[in-house]
Each structure stands twice: as C-alpha cells, then as structure tokens.
Design a protein around this ligand. Sequence first.
Ligand code: HEM
Length: 335
Amino acid sequence: MRAHTAPLRIMLGALALLAIAAAASPVAAQSQSVNPTKSAVSEQQLLQQSKTIRGLGSIPDTKSYTLEQPGGDWRHFHQVTLRWIGGIAILGMLALLVIFYLSRGMLRIEAGRSGRTIVRFNAFERFVHWMTAVCFVILALSGLNITFGRPLLLPLMTPEGFSAFSQWAKYLHNYLSFPFTLGVVLIFLMWLGGNLPTRVDLDWLKRGGGMIGHDRPPAYRFNAGQKLIYWVVVLGGAAIAASGYLLIFPFYGTTIGAMQLAEVVHGIVAMLFIATMLAHIYIGTIGMEGAFEAMGSGSVDLNWAKEHHSLWLEEEGAHNRAGPPQGQPAIVIRE
Ligand code: HEM
C-alpha cells in the first residue's frame, strides 16, 4: 500500500512546492528590480488602510514620530474648495459692481459742489487708513498667489521665475502682517465711537442707503454701510491676524489638526474680506462723487456732507456754535 501511494505523495509535494514558489515570485521580483510607480501604489494602499504611519522616536518632538499623514480633507479644501469659495466671492462681487456701475453710474452730489469744504479725516486717521490699505492690497495679492498662483500664473512664467516671485510674495505676506495688524487695532480704537449701532442705521438700511433713486437718508459720521465695513475690518482683521500668526509660528501649542483649522479659517476669511473690500474700494473711488477726497485731502464738499452725513454735519455745526470743547480745535470750513 505504501509503495503504491509513494508516487502520488511525491507529485502532491511537488505541486505544493510549485504553488509556494508561484505565490512568492512577485515579492522576489519586486526585491530584485524596484518599480517606483508600483511601490508608490502600494504606499498609497498602505496610507488608505491606516490614516497615519507612525514610528517610534527618542527626541522630545513627538510630532516627528508621524512619518506620513495623508492630507485628505484638508488637501481637498486647499486645492479645490478654497478656490471655489474665492472664485465665487471675488468674481461674484466684481460682477455685481460692474452691473451696479453700468445701471446706476457714479452717485453724484445732487446739489452740485458748493465750493466750501469741511474736514472729515485728520492726517493721522488718513495715515492709518492708507498704511492699512496698502498692506491689505499687498497681503491680498500675495495671498491669492498662494491659492491661485499655480494654476493661473505658473503657466505664464518659467518655473524659476514663479518660484522667485512666490518667495518674495511670501516674505511680503509674512512681514506686512505686522503693520496691517497695527492698522486694524488703530482703526478699531480711532473709529469705535462712530461705529456703534444706532436707530438711525435701521432707517438708513430700510431706505437702501440712498443707493436706489435719489433718496438721501440721514446719517451721523458713519452710515450703516460704513459701519458694516468697519466691523468686517475689525472682526475679519482679528480673525485673519490670529489664524495667520498661528501659521507663521507653527506648533506653538497647536497640533497638526489645529494648524489645518487655522489655514481653513485664514483662507475663508481672506476670500470674504477681499470681496467685501472690493465693494468698499468701489464706493470710495468711481462709485460716489466726492468720497475719495475724504481720505485724499481729508476734506469733503459741504453739499456732499449734507447729502450723505447730514446728522454729522449738524453735530459739527453745533460743535462750532457752542465753541469747541477745551483742547479741541474748531471745525474748519474752507470757503
Ligand atoms: C485701496 C483702496 C481704498 C480706497 C480707495 C479707500 C477709500 C476710502 C474712503 C474714501 C473712505 C472715507 C469714506 C467717507 O468719508 O465716508 C474710507 C474709509 C474707510 N476705509 Fe478705506 N479705502 C481703501 C482700502 C481700504 C482697506 C484695504 C481697508 C481695510 C482693510 C479700509 C478701511 C476703511 C475703513 C474702516 C473706513 C471707515 C469706514 C468707511 O468709510 O467705510 N479701506 N476708505
């Protein structure tokens, strides 16, 4: 019986050996010649199976023990979602402004210029405004380069040129954050008094701010629209500065998750902030006759003040009639 089964057992043994050799051969082949694409694929599979790959370490920085961590949701946010948010907010706002300008044109001083002017912003206020504004514009452009530079600018430049440009843009972005933050703090302190909500704001809003038709609703020094801009600057500025400093000084009390959250907040606030400031820049330039002078020379035409800030003008008149409070100059009206 044993003699009869011996050939069968030998055959079965040989088959088993062949099966083992066949199963082992890809591993053997892989170890002999490295296929970079193939190893990347298997690394990708490994990453999909476990979210992070960690090792052991002996240095105090435990973050460094994480060898690989897929970007996942964050990378998708950075490369896709943020671009959509920015594109819709900024191009949408530009489209609205173009439509508004084409249908309404520049808001004119209805009564025409009187030729007499009144001081609206002193030199210090104008200096703070322009310091903040110049920083903001450079921060906005250099920030947009981080989000949109690769798809929009890189195809128009050499890779070396784009790298050099982006590096300088990043330096500007980091260093100008300091004067910008200072400007936001000063704006908050300088104009807080004029930007607290009052009952007049409701009426101003109900009447569409005088944007439609020839209505000119009364307002104190700042109308409801300007108060909105002020609070966007103060609160948006605070959020963008706080999240930005977490990014400039990474891992000071923040985890990788918190850093990703800071980047998400920074990106979204920035896009909405830029879109809002486009509306502000529009009104301050081609949108309204006589507005730019307020931040240019510092004085506005009396008729402009009457039409857009009648209650403020009354206050200033009363201030002069009563004699200026001690230590304060009289309001200058130039003929
Ligand atoms: C870069 C172009 C800009 C122009 C042409 C411009 C123009 C003006 C003008 C003319 C005013 C005075 C409005 C009035 O008298 O009633 C003003 C006020 C103001 N600006 Fe700007 N501005 C610019 C950018 C900025 C930026 C980037 C910020 C802040 C990030 C800013 C913040 C403010 C604030 C808070 C006020 C007071 C509230 C208001 O009038 O809306 N401005 N600006």
